[in-house]
Design a protein around this ligand. Structure first.
Ligand code: IP8
Length: 261
């Protein structure tokens, strides 16, 4: 059966600004949709307000430099765990057979890039119909002691290693626009981007749109290899009810597809 990796962006599951807050009503809708899907699904969630502010406060993304950071690592991990639990609770309410993974327990990085990921448990559990759930996380790093690995990097890495057909990035915007849709009401959604378009955009260092944060160009950089080896990456809006269901049913959905040619 087809394997799909769904990245639940931090902006979809949390209120990004302010104190950590989970968008429970929206996520319940998503969980309901997930419960009806007939695909092998692996979920990776982002951090939003549960991870980035604390990580920044303690410079965790810069690696180990002093022992004061250790408290920040622990606090970030605790906060991320509490977010994972909220996601699990909603999935359980909707009878999704979720199986949580702590990324830091099965993944190691070197200078911020994943180098060692234990795939076996993911494979076994996917095979019997469970829905693995992991997240962007603070993980051990061979060079820097610890690092932050984004859910985007994890999603694409797992897709490559597990032979997934598609990675779907669930965001709070329809996809990639030709300008900032929040500033420019005539901004147009780009429905398809080929590898050539993508490399060009990434390597010129363009901000693809200003509204979708640096996170959008990170998704693209992470996706290049996967797309060039034949995988499909879709950036779509999970704020719109039934969008995911429609997409997976092959219906027409506003989104951006990253494709080889
Ligand atoms: O929100 C970041 O994951 P992301 C993880 O997917 C932490 O970039 C702990 C900040």
């Amino acid at each position: 059966m087809e394997i799909i990796i769904l990245k639940l962006g931090g902006s979809i599951i949390t209120e990004k600004s302010g104190t950590p807050s989970f968008k429970d009503r929206l996520f319940d809708q998503i969980a309901k949709e997930l419960s009806n899907l007939k695909v092998n699904m692996l979920l990776v969630h982002g951090a939003g307000s549960y991870g980035h502010p604390i990580a920044k406060q303690y410079s965790i993304h810069k690696g180990y430099s002093n022992s004061n950071q250790l408290k920040g690592v622990t606090k970030t991990k605790r906060s991320m765990l509490s977010l994972t639990l909220k996601i699990m609770d909603s999935l359980i309410r909707h009878n999704v057979p979720v199986f949580p993974f702590l990324s830091s327990s099965c993944m190691v990085a070197k200078s911020g890039r994943l180098v060692d990921v234990d795939l076996m448990p993911f494979k076994i559990l996917l095979d019997i119909g469970m829905v693995p759930l992991c997240s962007g996380d603070v993980i051990a790093d061979e060079k820097t002691g610890f690092t932050i690995v984004s859910g985007d990097q994890i999603a694409v890495h797992l897709a490559k290693e597990l032979g997934a057909d598609r990675v779907i990035f669930g965001c709070d915007v329809d996809g990639i626009f030709d300008s900032d849709p929040k500033i420019n009401p005539t901004a147009k959604l780009i429905d398809r981007l080929t590898l050539d378009n993508l490399r060009d955009m990434t390597f010129r260092g363009e901000s693809l749109t200003t509204d979708v944060t640096g996170g959008m160009s990170g998704k693209i950089k992470e996706s290049l290899d996967f797309v060039s080896s034949g995988g499909e990456v879709i950036i779509m809006n999970l704020n719109k009810p039934q969008n995911l269901t429609k997409l997976l049913n092959g219906d027409d959905v506003q989104c951006t597809r990253l494709i080889p040619k």
